[in-house]
Design a protein around this ligand. Sequence first.
Ligand code: AMP
Ligand code: MG
Length: 619
Amino acid sequence: MIEQHSITGLVLAGGLGTRMGQVDKAMLPLHGQSLLQHIVQRLAPQVGLLAINVNTPTEQYAALGLPLWPDDLPGHCGPLAGLQSALRRAGTPYVLSVPCDTPMLPTNLSEKLAAGLLAAEADLAIAVTEEVDAASGERQRRRHPVFCLVRTSALPQLDAYLASGERKVSAWHGPLRVAEVLFENDLAFRNINTPQQLAALQAEGLSVDSAQAMLADAVVPVGEIEQLPVQQALGRVLASDIISPISVPAHDNSAMDGYALRGADLGAGGSLRLQVVDTVLAGRPGTVAVSSGQCARIMTGAVMPAGCDSVLPQELVAQLVQQAGASEIVFDASAIKPGANRRFKGEDLMAGQPALRAGKLLGPAELGLVASLGIASVAVRRRLRVAFFSTGDELRPPGEPLVPGAIYDSNRYTLMGMLERLGCELLDMGMVRDHPDALEAALRQACVQADVIITSGGVSSGAADFTREVLARLGQVAFWQLNMRPGRPMAFGTIAADGHSAVLLGLPGNPVAVMSTFYFLARPTLLRMMGADGAASALPQLRVPAQAAIRKKRGRTEYQRGIVSVDASGRQQVRVTGAQGSGILRSMSEANCMIVLREAQGNVAAGELVDIVLFHGLT
Ligand code: AMP
Ligand code: MG
């Protein structure tokens, strides 16, 4: 197997950008960020180190914080010059090259090429796809030689090829062994050469996976840390590792109520008689040494007496003989093995080892664990300040009469509940009218007071015009069309006012869409800003058979509201809650789970397994 860390990823951005009118292709914007950022986000999780081959780096390149490697050969000789530079500098046994204009590149590119290279014992592996020829209807293989995993040891061949004046990406390998690795989805290899292609890609919308990766990439944890008593730390995120000052358990101890004895006394089995010389209780260690032929009455958790290494559970005692203050037990020595029912010192945790890592979200178990180590206070990140408001002229607060055409503001209440559960510090800014000045004033105030601003409504294509204009005035905000349902429109970016900046998450207006975009996009973003590790933000998913067929459109992720139940034979199954309209909040309340139907998935047949995320758990 080729380990991920032995691969250097290389983004080839060394070209002159002549095809799109002298613009630097890598910097073209797609969904509010550069093509290069898309590539980096997709490739970074697949490789050990990532570098960019670029000959005229701008600030935008430097901002990525990655090594920037120019061609060693003069005169812009094309991708091979970039590959040559990388093979010379990488310091890993493999380099994986990709072009800078293929923002949809496969997320399993590295893994598949590595497997193909090894299987064929090749020096390089390149991606190929199959396409159906429009004229003949035949399947044709298309090679993508720039998507190439190559052994660093191939450098002499590349040096010689370039020295001979040749430049062909498809032919440089000469006598080296090439593995061709077939990828199913040829669309993943699409590159951008014209403004029309870029516009087409933009119009396709953004996948949930990509949006999640973009969000994760764009935010960092809040810096401030506070020291809190354990009792006040529930729901907070640890700011540093907790190193155990003690071993747990602190001594070898008994796992049962019974008799502590010497394992050597058990001998070859048969009936055994031992004299009871002491009683040890939890919290009260023994006072006498236990010799051969003796034992001590012991309670669960009590310290093992010196010399003893085994515990006979009391229910295995055949006879308890008591006479004149002395007592003896009789039992079958083959009933236990030497070492039985003894817990070792440090079995749970050794002194000096990390009991919990920074980034851990503290739940009830963690509070107990910290306390069990004798630690009374912990360093945690400060709470995330989240300002939120609803937008829309049609909104009225609950408790007031409804005029014709108006609706009650419900989003602010669901948002409040979800944010409260996440442990954020809430700043409820009420309802904001659909007017540029009102919106700007609200955003400015929120910016000063909060780390994050969450809004609902005003981002759908019809509504977005003035929102777009106001947000553009205050910062850099992208308007996304997500391939998800419910929850197509969303805005994301950073805005600034009066020397303060804040992350903005503009959620859709439809009440169910607010919840789905919150849980699957905002929640991981907020947790990341809270400093929580990936485990905290990963929602546990289960696979359950569908009770009946579910309609699902391919090409978008659908979050359908589901009810998990147990059928007559005790098996779990899930059904949808009926009408799935994005305004039907009742469907959320009736449901006990979300059915997560992936982008590539089509209609679901009855009995087919689907992924679900349960609403309620132990946490
Ligand atoms: P918008 O994107 O602002 O056009 O909103 C989309 C839909 O969601 C409209 O039908 C709105 O009336 C509805 N909506 C927007 N905000 C809220 C809210 N705070 N509570 C309930 N429904 C809302
Ligand atoms: Mg609105």
